[in-house]
Design a protein around this ligand. Sequence first.
Ligand code: DOR
Ligand code: ZN
Length: 346
Amino acid sequence: MTDTLTIRRPDDWHVHLRDGDMLKAVAPYTARVFGRGLIMPNLAPPVTTRKAARAYRDRIVAATGDSGFTPLMSCYLTDDAKAGDIAEGFKDGTFAAVKLYPAGATTNSTDGVTDISNVTGVLERMQQIGMPLLVHGEVTNPAVDIFDREAAFIERVLDPLLGDFPGLKVVFEHVTTSEAVAYVRDKASQVGATITAHHLLINRSDIFRGGIRPHLYCLPVAKREKHRLALRQAATSGEACFFLGTDTAPHAVSAKEAACGCAGIFTAPTALELYATVFDEEGALDKLEAFASLNGAAFYGLEPNPGSVTLSRSEAVVPETVAAGDGESVSPFMAGESCGWTVASG
Ligand code: DOR
Ligand code: ZN
């Protein structure tokens, strides 16, 4: 039995670092193990310009000190986005990608896209220059059941979009269903997908285990067990189209434990350890490096990180709470519980 595992330094291809005191509190956890992070732009107001992205990147670099962590910035797509600005930002290295939030789909998405037809010009330009589009893949029609919103998005939005833009590189973010896994496989030459640690570990029943558990609520919401198993199979398969994206999304405890609690699960303190535990349970530790350190970089046309991280099979206890300034705190995923792997060095 393998008791230690050394992999190339991994990347997190989907991360929410927030801003201000929260950024300072959470960013070091991501920078501890990940070489690069693709930073989500859903601040309030959202990151829609090169100027805002550069300033935000500087704040992230300041918050992650001498860790060597590199933030890769994404641009929040709005109905009135300008193709020229976005393309310039990609060419000058400010933006690595554009993030599409359907308006109303999730946290800070009110400025998102109300109809894909409003951003056709931007998508055409992105297709020309090879700039990836990252999608929050859920329809927003309230008449569609929340557990069906991802599958409906494939049929109603994503498939027509790929038909219209056959050269556009797309990442289907935080996939949660067997339908999404099958679709990504089918379109693997054009589409990649991130998979979170929490969607590999919980199903929808866990959200209601013994009472309502607000810290297990995120969007897309966890689905039935059969979907969790499909995600585990995909992540551990080694297939190049699936890669690590934690979607770590911290919110203050007061915003989670409320009559209308925010969506988001904070996994950063033990994210890599959680993935390693899952891969071990699936007998697939030999595939962790591809998923965590190679596949995403290849999709984005980047080299893998230099350096490595070593994990060991020993219990890591997830911190109970992380202080986030102003008397606020954040409760990590599996707070106070243990997972089977620890980051030993790196
Ligand atoms: O659960 C989520 N939280 N899903 C998202 O899409 C956004 C994120 C956040 O920013 O809190
Ligand atoms: Zn996210």
